[in-house]
Design a protein around this ligand. Structure first.
Ligand code: PLP
Length: 430
């Protein structure tokens, strides 16, 4: 749908005022002005089903979140250098839903800061500097985590970082053979540890996702996670679970996707969904790790993070997740979604693979199912067609051929029906 003259002007003003570093979705960006639950409206009153935004976790503009924000903003907003009950209550609520001994929360504002702090903690506590990450992943935008984000880093991999293969269950080594798959990734982590030790860095941490978004939405089997964790721990490193995308019930079985592996990590980082759109993120770890960090000279302060307004917003989000049973809701609705998508994937030969977990799903577009050649053009056409017909999804992958479906947690069966029917119609146009 072509931009109106008013929106063309707004886009030009945006390019001038924000500069060229800002990207936008879709050939012609959507000008959104209002949201409610899983719905958003553009400036022309057109309604869209949001099948993409994980930040509005409990739904756009949830009334209880808006109320919490409004009430506290009217009262007081300061920082954590003063005593205030809200941030303590928030951290206590988080501790109740954390696995194992993880019970201490450092509140930050973004997922980037959460991962940055996690790496600082791991380095200080272990005395090592080496960090293991996966190829093509993204962990944020500070100087440190940008270097840990091959998805956006054009520079060569720094010496203290080692990148291992993504657990690509579609095209990667051992994709058709679980034993070969595990053997390959066992070998990868062994090599990474050996290289970082040989370079004199040792291993401070393995920074993992529970589901790999950027490289194409791959959810590794629990055996994979367990093997990697064991080898890194044996080498003296910590496990940092980046739950910025996968956390807060998104994968449907646990609050934190990493727990699908059955192994508790050392640090969990959270971001996007925690504030339902408000900038709220967390680096959570065990009391022992936090004590070791402080004993070795570590400290943390962040002017805006953990302020009473953010804390009240965070509390409201956690209350809604519990009151609306969103963990079981995601599981049940996702099973329904996957069943319906399987029918679509079997009907349209252009869909080479359907994968994912919970509300984090990929449909891979290929020219030919046998040779798996990516078809980015077809995926682009389908995504644009769906947008023009009121359903928002997006695409990822180096070839742009993977449709990403990642709706708010409150997405229900009636929304699944609309999504699947629109997708089916989009695929018939190709
Ligand atoms: C897995 C993951 N980690 C960290 C981040 C960084 O979060 P933020 O944009 O809040 O800094 C992102 C953002 O997309 C992410 O996807």
């Amino acid at each position: 749908m072509a931009l109106t003259q008013a929106n063309q002007t707004l886009l030009e003003r945006r390019r001038k005022a924000l500069g060229p570093a800002y990207a936008h979705f879709y050939r012609d960006p959507v000008h959104l002005v209002r949201g409610e639950g899983v719905w958003m409206w553009d400036d022309d009153g057109r309604k869209y089903l949001d099948c993409y935004n994980n930040v509005a976790s409990v739904g756009h503009c949830h009334p209880a979140v808006v109320e919490a924000l409004h009430t506290q903003a009217q009262r007081l907003n300061t920082h954590t250098r003063y005593l205030h009950a809200s941030v303590v209550e928030y951290a206590e609520m988080l501790a109740d839903i954390m696995p194992g001994d993880i019970s201490v929360s450092n509140i930050v504002c973004t997922g980037s800061e959460a991962n940055d702090l996690a790496c600082q903690i791991a380095r200080k506590v272990t005395g090592n500097t080496g960090l293991i990450i996966l190829k093509d992943t993204y962990h944020g935008a500070t100087t440190l985590v940008r270097e840990l984000s091959p998805a956006i880093r054009p520079e060569p991999c720094p010496d203290y970082v080692y990148e291992i293969d993504v657990p690509d269950t579609y095209r990667g080594p051992g994709a058709d053979d679980p034993a070969a798959f595990l053997a390959h990734h066992k070998d990868q982590i062994k090599t990474a540890i050996g290289k970082l030790q040989a370079r004199g860095h040792g291993v401070a941490a393995l920074l993992i996702d529970s589901i790999y978004d950027g490289p194409g939405i791959f959810a590794p089997p629990p055996s994979y996670q367990r093997e990697l964790f064991a080898q890194v721990r044996a080498a003296g490193g910590l496990i940092i679970a980046d739950e910025v995308q996968s956390g807060l019930c998104r994968l449907g079985d646990h609050y934190w996707g990493v727990m699908d592996s059955g192994v508790v990590p050392d640090i969990i980082t959270m971001g996007k969904p925690m504030g339902d759109g408000h900038p709220l993120a967390v680096t959570a770890t065990t009391p022992d790790i936090m004590k070791a960090y402080v004993d070795k000279g570590g400290e943390y302060f962040n002017t805006f993070a953990g302020n009473p307004v953010s804390a009240e917003v965070g509390k409201a989000v956690l209350r809604i997740v519990e009151q609306e049973n969103l963990l079981s809701h995601v599981k049940e609705t996702s099973d329904y979604l996957m069943t319906r998508l399987r029918v679509i994937a079997d009907k349209h030969p252009i869909i080479g693979d359907l994968r994912g977990k919970g509300f984090f799903i990929a449909l891979e577009f290929v020219r030919d199912k046998a040779d798996k050649t990516p078809d980015g053009d077809a995926c682009l056409t389908a995504v644009e067609w769906m947008k023009d017909n009121g359903v928002l999804v997006s695409r990822i992958g180096t070839e742009g051929n993977i449709m990403k479906i990642r709706p708010p947690l409150v997405f229900a069966k009636e929304h699944v029906d609309l999504l699947v029917e629109t997708l089916d119609r989009a695929l018939l146009t190709l």
